[in-house]
Design a protein. Structure first.
Lengths: 894, 89
């Protein structure tokens, strides 16, 4: 036992030390000479404000009551930190890029800088944190009561209420001094962070020291302690699956959503890489804090008299063993845990209260000050008052609740309250579809359910809510009972409240989001938050400056063109009564200019450009969206133009192709005419010559007969030529009449062979045929197809130079098409001539002995085209080969 | 979302980094599973849950998570690439 006044002195010296550290650090921070402050170690230690007096004292009490369940509070944060790549990394990056100052600022900023959301989150946070702050005051007060003794020289120990009051006042003072010394743009408090890091070390060392004392001092090492646990009433524990999973989830949510955790994790973060270190170092810290909890609990149960408050075993155990120094260390550890939590929580809450509630109210009351006055002083004042207010609320709660309930219960109620922010937060950073309405609905419903089913009943029956309402529901409606909502009975009240509040919260958030349409600002912010890793999505800085008429002239010249702009300016200058080109940039002139420009670039763009130059009115996101809309319209218009011009290009290309074809046709016609006159002249010449000889008479009759025979032969040749020409022209004009019918392919080939045998009948061909494959019935014009076969076979008979000529006819059917190959064993056709053979009058040799005019293949080609097929030269068959392809069933053209 | 202009396949070093990021993403999932596992252990009929046994298991899992996170942390911050943070190649 230590005299009370000495204890107070120790506390004051300790706080003075922290004060000194914080002060020195602030000094150095201003000199920008703080490399070691930016170390990941400091960051990790500052995170330890998660472990409050609730951890330091309460964990042991919790362990005595529920075994390992106390660990869930630290396992959740471990999972969050080990999985930092998912959420924490994104939160920190968003906090940096968007200059987030608190969790309320994060939510408000994400949902279109809505102040309503900022107010809601602030209120939830304050309401949820108040019992937690009360908890810290309570633990400090309890530890004072246990530790201090009434001695003659030390004076009497004051009652709990006044101890708590003095602690509260002292903490508020310390926080005001360091939390609001200056108004940093980033809301960073280097001094406070260092002080918290020091306190983190103190509380860890204190708890580990007590643990080591228990394990190696009071017991014979770990094995002995384990044996003692097995022997004690703690040897068996009851794991309630609902609470186990629920509390792990809850603590994970709380570490993300508690305002003070957000403050040290995101706002005070100086370097993103520190998060990687904290990802394992902070779980390690929690691990060490938990390691000795159960040994202390079991030793306390064994050694201390029954009825001792297990929440204070950490302090009373060394005290009972006469270890005054260790007890003092433990006391300071608990003191550190409580003070650091209150300091950071009140800074975080005060920032939120002042930024989202006090300042907006003050500015709406004094609108003039927003433009002209120095707001800094007001902000600082409101911060200080808010800190005092938050601590005062905690004190009030402490007085009202009487400080009796177990520490753990209060902490968990506070956690569930803070967790209501989780859906809006996670939805905000991962889902672009989340909207303001959804967030407001979710937060309000979640907070309402939390307050109704957990917070208000926690004051006890008949305190706020009557016991009858808890037992029977409002107006006797059973399914509205606070602890059995919708008839779900038998659930643990905490898990029940957490389950329903978060489920309804998330549902309202989701439904509200998908049913509403976000405002432009919300959508911009949503994209900036969700895609924070895809590079900057900021609007960019508008360069502001007072516009001179010259600037405006330059601007409008770019848009209107030089002459027009100069003319406009000159006219305006004249209207103002000035000589020269530059009028004064009066509002009237600027307005006129804007209207003029908007005719060229659209109203929104013109407004944006002018306001950028003039610098008077800021460009709002709505303006930018309007610009974007105009641009979209212009783009659509230009896309239409592009499509039109593409179509024109296509038409032009088609015309060009047609023109080329016409030119080719004209050339072909010319060459055809010269060919035909040549072909006609040759027989005519011989007919004329021989008929002249005949006219002279006086010749032997057999000679005359021979001449007449020649004349007759040539006349026949002429006739045949004319026939061919006629049929070709008919075919080419497409005026051919087809007579379709079902005919046997075999018959056609038979007829063709017989007819073609008249050509050079002196040659005997060996013909190879496959009768089976020829047994096909096709729908086509039999006469014309037979003509094609005749032509091809005659050609073979005419030109095949082999001594033992052979002819092979192969028939194949592929799908709906029939292929007939006519192949001889001749020389074949050289490759460079293959393209020519189907042209009119194309003959490979000059020999006209067969009397052909070179129209046969051209006719074949035209006929096959009319029959919906083709005739092609087939190379690589060891002779001249042609393939005729035609459809099995020719449909009559419509 | 597919971003044009990025290579489909990566060199050895960025590839390794991507896989470590995958590991860092999966670690909390495994951790959650292992920490929830005690819920499935039914206490044996004659006696209740063993505090010592369960405690050793929980602290072991916890230490394992810390160790793996410790192994993964340095390489994740080593070279922060501007492009492919969210990529999944």
């Amino acid at each position: 036992m230590v005299p009370f006044n000495i204890l107070v002195l120790v506390c004051l010296v300790y706080v003075g030390l922290l004060f000194l550290v914080a002060f020195l650090v602030e000094r150095r921070a201003q000199a920008r000479a703080l490399p070691w402050l930016r170390s990941p170690l400091i960051y990790t230690l500052s995170l330890s404000i998660f472990c409050t007096a609730w951890t330091f004292y309460g964990a042991v009490g919790y362990a005595v009551r529920s075994g390992w369940e106390f660990m869930t509070i630290y396992l959740g944060p471990t999972l969050v930190f080990v999985g930092w790549w998912w959420v924490l990394r994104k939160l920190v990056r968003i906090g940096k890029t968007q200059r987030i100052t608190s969790i309320a600022d994060l939510i408000s900023s994400r949902y279109g800088k809505s102040n309503l959301l900022g107010v809601i989150v602030t209120l939830i946070s304050v309401v949820a944190a108040t019992p937690y702050i009360a908890l810290q005051l309570q633990s400090v007060t309890l530890s004072f009561a246990v530790f201090a003794s009434t001695t003659a020289d030390g004076g009497p120990v004051p009652d709990k209420a006044s101890t708590a009051l003095w602690v509260a006042v002292g903490l508020a003072l310390f926080t005001v001094l360091f939390g609001t010394r200056n108004l940093d743009a980033n809301e960073r408090h280097h001094g406070v962070v260092i002080a918290i890091a020091v306190e983190a070390v103190v509380k860890l060392v204190a708890l580990v020291a007590v643990g080591v004392f228990v394990v190696w001092g009071l017991a014979d090492g770990p094995a002995d302690i384990l044996a003692k646990i097995d022997a004690s009433r703690l040897s068996a524990w009851d794991l309630q699956p609902g609470r186990w999973a629920g509390l792990i989830f809850l603590s994970a949510a709380a570490v993300l959503c508690l305002p003070r955790m957000f403050q040290v994790m995101v706002v005070e973060n100086v370097d993103e890489r520190h998060l990687a270190t904290a990802s394992w170092a902070f779980p390690l810290y929690l691990f060490l804090m938990c390691l000795f909890v159960l040994p202390i609990a079991v030793t306390g149960l064994n050694l201390l008299p029954p009825g001792t408050n297990p929440d204070l075993f950490v302090l009373t155990l060394p005290l009972a063993q006469g270890q005054g120094g260790l007890a003092m260390l433990a006391f300071l550890g608990g003191f550190s845990s409580a003070t650091s939590m209150v300091i950071v929580a009140s800074i975080a809450l005060a920032t939120m209260v002042s930024n989202h509630i006090v300042m907006p109210m003050w500015l709406s009351l004094h609108p003039a000050q927003a433009v002209s006055g120095d707001v800094r002083r007001i902000v600082l004042l409101s911060r200080r008052l808010s800190i005092a207010g938050v601590v005062a609320l905690g004190y009030a709660y402490f007085r009202l609740s009487g400080g009796s309930s177990a520490l753990a219960a209060i902490g968990l109620i506070s956690f569930v309250g803070a967790a209501q922010i989780l859906p809006a937060m996670l939805g905000g950073i991962f889902w672009r579809g989340a909207t303001r309405v959804g967030a407001v609905a979710g937060l309000l419903i979640g907070a309402g359910v939390w307050a109704y089913s957990l917070y208000l009943p926690s004051f006890g029956p008949d305190a706020v809510i009557s016991g009858r309402l808890i037992a029977e529901g409002p107006w006797g409606i059973g399914w509205l009972r606070p602890q059995a909502l919708f008839g779900v009975e038998g659930m643990d009240p905490l898990v029940h409240a957490m389950f329903w509040s978060l489920v309804l919260n998330a549902t309202a958030f989701f439904v509200g989001s998908i049913l509403t349409f976000p405002s432009p600002v919300e959508r911009v912010q949503g994209a900036a938050f969700v895609n924070v890793f895809d590079g900057e999505v900021t609007a960019g800085n508008w360069v502001r400056g007072a516009a001179t008429a010259e600037d405006l002239l330059v601007l409008s010249q770019r848009i209107l063109g030089e002459d027009e702009a100069l003319g406009f300016f000159e006219a305006e200058a004249k209207a103002q009564g000035k000589v020269g080109l530059l009028p004064d940039p009066t509002p009237g002139f600027v307005g006129a200019l804007e209207r003029r420009l908007s005719g060229s670039v659209g109203a929104a763009t013109a407004h944006a450009m002018i306001s950028q130059s003039v610098g008077g009115a800021a460009v709002s996101v709505e303006d930018l969206m309007a610009v974007a809309n105009e641009t979209a319209q212009i783009m659509e218009y230009s896309a239409r133009l592009e499509a039109q011009s593409e179509e024109l290009t296509r038409t032009a290309r088609q015309l060009q192709q047609v023109n080329e074809k016409l030119t080719q046709l004209s050339v072909q016609k010319d060459s055809f005419l010269s060919q035909i006159s040549h072909e006609l002249r040759t027989p005519m010449t011989s007919i004329r010559a021989f008929s002249e000889i005949l006219m002279e008479g006086d010749m032997p009759p057999e000679m005359a007969r021979r001449h007449a025979t020649i004349i007759h032969d040539e006349a026949i040749r002429l006739t045949r030529l004319l026939d061919d020409l006629l049929s070709l022209s008919v075919l080419e004009n497409g005026t051919v009449q087809l007579t379709l019918g079902l005919v046997s392919l075999q018959d056609m080939i038979d007829r063709a062979l017989v007819a073609a045998a008249q050509t050079r009948p002196e040659r005997s061909f060996t013909v190879h045929r496959d009768m089976v494959s020829e047994a096909l019935y096709v729908t086509t014009d039999a006469d014309r197809l037979t003509q094609v076969f005749i032509n091809l076979i005659s050609n073979a008979r005419k030109y095949c130079a082999a001594p033992d000529p052979e002819l092979r006819i192969a028939v194949r059917q592929r799908g709906g098409r029939v292929m007939v190959d006519v192949i001889d064993n001749g020389r074949g056709i050289p490759e460079d001539s293959q393209a020519l053979i189907f042209e009119k009058f194309a003959r490979l040799t000059d020999e006209t002995r067969a009397g052909g005019a070179g129209l046969g293949l051209a006719i074949c080609r035209e006929v096959m085209m009319a029959l919906g097929g083709t005739v092609t030269y087939l190379p690589g068959q060891g002779g001249t080969a042609f393939r005729v392809t035609f459809p099995l069933r020719l449909q009559k053209a419509a | 979302m597919k971003r044009p202009g990025l290579p489909l396949f990566l060199q050895r070093r960025p590839y390794r980094r991507r896989r470590k990021i995958d590991a860092a993403r999966l670690l909390p999932v495994f951790g959650a599973f292992l920490l929830l596992l005690p819920m499935l252990w039914a206490p044996t009929e004659d006696k209740a849950r063993g505090t010592v046994h369960d405690g050793l298991y929980l602290f072991l899992v916890w230490a394992g998570l810390i160790a793996v996170a410790r192994l993964l942390a340095p390489s994740l911050t080593a070279e922060e690439q501007p492009d492919g943070d969210e990529g999944n190649r």
